[in-house]
Design a protein around this ligand. Structure first.
Ligand SMILES: [Zn+2]
Length: 391
């Protein structure tokens, strides 16, 4: 019925577990110097003694991706070697600048990974199209990922990290203190004000979002909000941003009260999940998941915030989870990615990506295993509080 993941989607990034020392050749600053030298030289050939680089182009937050497989389609990120990247760059109108680059990490073979923002390069779209690679929405890749495939989950986490960092760069151009320009330092992992008397450093900001399944223990039901504007008949958990000066638990209680008029007592932490697919003005969100226990039960929906909210019984929710074909939705999305990469399909529709139904229309369904909401809900159904033991 429910799918238990080893780690939440967008977590468990395989190339960022260890922070290198500044003296290591694969550290952000040293690797950046090597990359810069390579870009400025006229040769396309990377010296064998130098670091190996893998480069992931992203366009407007969409990573470059390809697809393979006959019956079962499987997407992969469109990593380029340095040589491939330089050939592409030299034949396009784009010139590489530090603003476009972010250091993503390195692996056990000392391969250094970079994300590059190529949003300005219109001609690159055709160039990659001829190689059957395409810039694909991260949400589409998220739904298309086989959640049992650890390697694919790792690639998704890398793509999420790259998107979050590059979006942060594009929305953090000027110093909040003096208004001067910010420039990237440490290979795009930080930014600094160019004003000599200010020199303020800024770090990628993470915006915490509380997400909670509000439970009515006595009547064995839970509170759901409706998200039909995104996807028809989808019900999910309540959520909201943390405000200055409040605890996560207070935010859970305040948001629940503001959106539904329900009072919450006990709040129990469940798990968290990076969420780089939220709005581009807040690209580094962290979903912090809770089970929250209601002390009042009369719903009063704030229609400005929510379309609807309702209590759903354990049986109804169990039925929705049992009948929803998450595996089928994943395969459909994987086929869609394959078609986008082959140039067959152009449209990238968010509602269609989340669609999980076929045949009979279900009265309700809940988000798939890529969303923390799914795990909060399944934990309640199987009466488990913690499901991610490793993380
Ligand atoms: Zn400044």
């Amino acid at each position: 019925m429910s799918i238990t993941l080893k780690s939440p989607v967008f977590a468990g990034n395989p190339i960022r577990s260890k922070t290198p020392k500044p003296t290591d050749p694969f550290s952000p600053t040293q690797a950046y110097e090597t990359l810069k030298n390579l870009v400025s030289t006229q040769t396309h050939i990377q010296e064998p003694s130098l670091l190996t680089f893998k480069i992931l182009p992203l366009r407007k937050g969409r990573p470059l991706a390809g697809s393979s497989g006959d019956l079962v389609k499987k997407w992969h990120l469109g990593w380029l070697t340095f040589d491939e990247f330089k050939v592409v760059l030299d034949s396009s109108e784009v010139s590489l600048s530090e603003d476009m680059l972010v250091y993503l990490g390195y692996d056990d073979d000392d391969v250094v990974y970079w994300g590059v923002d190529v949003s300005l390069g219109e001609s690159l779209v055709q160039k990659f199209g001829s190689q059957q690679l395409s810039f694909v929405q991260l949400t589409t890749l998220m739904v298309a990922t086989d959640w049992a495939d650890e390697q694919a989950m790792g690639q998704l986490a890398i793509a999420g990290h790259a998107r979050a960092l590059l979006e942060w760069h594009s929305t953090s151009r000027f110093c909040g203190s003096c208004g001067e320009k910010l420039i990237p330092i440490e290979a795009g992992r930080r930014k600094q004000c160019i004003n000599e008397s200010c020199k303020k450093r800024i770090y990628p900001r993470v915006d915490p979002v509380v997400i909670m399944l509000v439970i009515d223990k006595e009547n064995d039901r839970a509170l759901f909000s409706k998200h039909s504007r995104l996807v028809p008949r989808m019900w999910s958990c309540l959520s909201g941003f943390l405000e200055p000066g409040e605890t996560l638990e207070e935010a859970v209680r305040r948001e629940t009260w503001e959106e539904t008029g329900i009072e919450v007592g006990e709040v129990v932490y469940h798990s968290s999940q990076p969420w780089p697919v939220g709005s581009s003005s807040m690209p580094c969100q962290l979903m912090v998941g809770f089970l929250a226990y209601a002390t009042s039960f009369e719903i009063n929906v704030d229609k400005k915030e929510l379309e609807d909210a309702a209590w759903h019984s354990r049986e109804d929710v169990k039925r929705a989870l049992t009948l929803t074909e998450y595996g089928k939705a994943q395969k459909t999305a994987a086929t869609k990615v394959d078609q986008i990469c082959k140039g067959v399909e152009k449209g990238q529709n968010l509602a269609a990506d989340f669609g999980v139904e076929s045949g009979e229309l279900l009265p309700m369904f809940v988000p798939g295993p890529f969303a923390i909401a799914h795990h909060l809900i399944s934990s309640w159904l199987i009466r488990l509080v913690f499901c991610y033991r490793k993380y």
